[in-house]
Design a binder for this molecule. Structure first.
Ligand code: IFM
Length: 717
């Protein structure tokens, strides 16, 4: 099928970690990187399960790499099959986006000179999210002798050298091997169990080896030229987040999966995928690269999407790598969420409920910072408490102070914005009444308490912040932050009026709980009216990114070309702050989100000013897709297309050299927005979504579906 496959036909060990990320599979419960069955030197194999965090006390909290279910080795007459030994005569790896199945076929000559074809296939069931499967077919070309399969679950795993598990138990029961472990600090139990069956070949023998931390099932068969033996490994995984008895659940579910068999499990999973694509697919005809890049992005979002859990959300690197330790940023609400709100609203709802359930952490953060209300963590994990590290290590080995956890405030308004956008699109009044309103009102309380009155200037200010452009820190009155704070306050007032109509009881409860007195609401109105929004000193249409931005040294990025690194790395962390150079859109991001509040002239003027000053190639990966959306909306289609491709190549081509740490989730969601809101020109009206397409020259068709207030709208542009 056209553009439904991501394929490689040669193996290059240099791209091992990059490709592990690219070939990640998953099912919204877990994600497994595309490491090889049987391992490879230098691999970063990992399986991450939503919500399974462990702490390194006083240092950090992170998603834990769970025992490796890819532990599966094949021995040919006693020689281990491995890609770095013997000779690989033919190789192909293929990720089928339609079904989420990853296959690898290898013609291999062993060091002893035996030639065989090996075909591996793996999937994480979308129909039964605790079930995983590997099928391996070995066909002899010229070999006669014993083929041995060893299939286990291996607890020899770590997070970049850090071990999170303590051993609890392992063994074999009725042909199922299992391993039970517990996280060291958060004390979460987890059990993985596996089963191995063989078909084909002759003289099959099964045994169990109780290797420490790695219970292993072994099956052997004799093979002759032309014959094929097939090994099916089924795995189940449960943690204390799912059930009080992970071992029982894993063994029970494995017995059920084994009774169904590999083929039936695949059929069910494939059917679940078909339904998923029915709602979510986007087709671009006439441009294979763009079509595949977008579909691949949607695939990666769909495998990270929590379908049955409203206490987790999609992290900046999804479940595809250890980068950012599985923490959730504004990337989720601002970049990723719209795709789900418009196509799979139940998933969007779960992700927003994660923010509802972590309100307690956001309230603690507000208090710790001397504020009221809810102040969301810049990096959020299990509880919603701030988890941003205070220090990081730069590329040159220098220690760098990271201020985002303390002063990158805008995420609080971004969460509120996403709640409101979801409500607008879905019309889910019950969600807004029961959960969303509390988020919007309590974040408004935060802003009103954080804004300081400057009597001498007759205005409120929000000082000492970082805006979306993280090249500048400790700035005053960042226009994105201030304007979004205003939006948050305005929306809270409107919402309270709505809630009083919708449910006087709920409104009364929240008024009492959040102390929404007349006096407080009057203060909100005052902040809205007098919060400082910087403009160019001489007035006019230009917004000033923060107070004093226009006084910084100007820069021509063209003077630094060609370059292969960011402007921050060229000018230094302190040096870059002296210039009018942006890591990612900031004012433009605001104009994108609040487009309905600004006229075309303002958008054009600010576009013309800020675009040449934005480090779109090596700054933040969040930049290009939204820049593409904005460009397309303005009819700058060629330019939009260039940004779109730049974003589309981020992970598939490892354009920034860091895909090995995990996928760039924000870019994936941004690409969908660029296609739908940018090239499709979709905007919401009271009658539903309306298109105003501006397609790049080569595109013959752009096709997608959106759901608005329970009704599907098909767009074929
Ligand atoms: O949230 C982003 C931020 O905007 C830029 N630095 C990386 C973060 C995580 O993707």
């Amino acid at each position: 099928m056209h553009n439904w496959h991501v394929t490689e036909t040669t193996f290059d060990p240099q791209t091992l970690n990059h490709k592990e990320t690219v070939f990640t599979i998953g099912n919204g419960y877990l994600g497994t990187r595309g490491a090889f069955e049987g391992g490879y030197p230098g691999e970063r194999a990992s399986t991450l399960v939503h919500g399974l965090f462990d702490d390194v006390p006083l240092v950090h909290t992170e998603l834990v790499n769970v025992p490796n279910w890819l532990d599966f080795t094949v021995f040919i007459a006693g020689e281990r099959f491995r890609m770095d030994r013997g000779t690989v005569l033919d190789y192909r790896r293929d990720l089928d986006l339609r079904t989420g199945v990853l296959t690898r076929t290898v013609r291999w000559q062993s060091p002893a000179g035996h030639t065989l074809d090996l075909a591996f296939e793996r999937f994480a069931s979308l129909a039964a999210e605790h079930v995983l499967g590997i099928r391996c077919r070995v066909t002899s070309v010229d070999f006669s002798g014993m083929v041995e399969f060893r299939a286990g679950v291996s607890g020899h795993v770590d997070n970049d050298g850090l071990r999170h598990w303590e051993w609890l138990d392992q063994g074999a029961i009725e042909g199922y091997a299992y391993l039970e472990v517990r996280t060291r600090a958060t004390h979460l139990d987890l059990c993985e169990a596996c089963h191995l069956t063989l078909s084909g070949g002759t003289e099959t023998v099964h045994t169990f080896q109780d290797c420490p931390w790695s219970p292993t099932l072994i099956a052997c068969a004799t093979l002759h030229p032309g014959e094929t033996v097939t090994a099916d490994k089924l795995v189940t995984i449960f943690s204390a987040r799912d059930t009080a008895e992970p071992r029982e659940a894993a063994l029970h579910s494995l017995a059920d999966a084994t009774a169904q068999g590999y083929d039936a499990l695949r059929v069910a999973s494939d059917a679940a995928w078909a339904a998923e694509w029915e709602a979510s697919n986007v087709t671009i005809e006439g441009d294979d690269e763009a079509d595949l890049a977008l579909r691949y992005s949607l695939f990666q979002l769909l495998i990270a999407a929590p379908r049955h859990d409203d206490r987790v959300s999609i992290a900046a690197k999804s479940l595809s790598g250890l980068g950012y330790r599985g923490h959730v940023f504004w990337d989720t609400e601002t970049f990723v969420l719209p795709f789900f709100s418009y196509t799979r609203s139940e998933i969007a709802r779960n992700m927003l409920l994660y923010r509802y359930h972590t309100l307690a952490g956001a309230r603690r953060k507000a208090q710790e910072n001397g504020c009221e209300g809810a102040m969301y963590a810049w990096e959020s994990a299990a509880t919603g408490d701030e988890t941003t590290p205070r220090w990081g290590i730069a590329a040159d080995g220098e220690l760098v102070r990271i201020w985002c956890g303390e002063i990158e405030l805008h995420i609080t308004a971004d969460v509120a914005y996403a709640v409101h956008q979801y409500w607008r699109v879905t019309g889910d009044d019950a969600f807004m009444r029961d959960y969303g309103a509390e988020i919007i009102l309590d974040t408004a309380r935060f802003w009103a308490s954080r804004a300081e009155w400057r009597g001498e200037r007759d205005r409120y200010e929000i000082n000492d912040v970082i805006g979306p452009d993280e090249y500048h820190d400790h700035v005053d009155n960042n226009v994105y932050t201030n304007r979004m704070a205003c939006w948050n306050l305005e929306t809270a007032l409107e919402l309270l009026a709505w809630l009083r109509q919708e449910s006087a009881e709920k409104a009364g409860d929240l008024e009492e709980q959040l102390d929404l007195t007349d006096e407080r609401l009057a203060h909100w109105r005052d902040v809205i009216a007098r919060l400082y929004i910087p403009h160019a000193p001489e007035g006019g249409l230009l917004l000033e990114q923060f107070e004093g931005f226009f006084a910084l040294k100007d820069i021509s990025l063209a003077d630094y070309e060609p370059r292969d690194r960011s402007m921050q790395s060229l000018l230094g962390i302190e040096g870059v702050q002296e210039y009018q150079v942006l890591k990612q859109p900031d004012v433009l991001m605001l104009l994108y989100l609040l487009a309905e509040h600004y006229d075309e002239e303002t958008i054009t003027a600010n576009w013309d000013y800020y675009t040449p000053r934005t480090d779109l190639t090596y700054g933040s990966s969040l930049g290009p897709a939204i820049q593409a959306a904005l460009a397309a909306q303005q009819g700058r289609v060629e330019e939009a297309y260039r940004y779109f491709l730049l974003a589309g190549r981020t992970d598939l081509q490892d354009a920034r050299g860091n895909t090995g740490e995990g996928i760039h989730a924000a870019t994936l969601g941004g690409l969908w927005q660029a296609a739908v809101f940018g090239f499709g020109g979709i905007r919401l009206t009271d009658e539903g979504p309306v298109a105003n397409p501006r397609l790049p020259a080569g595109w013959k068709r752009l096709k997608f579906r959106l759901q608005y207030r329970g009704r599907w709208y098909d767009f074929d542009l």
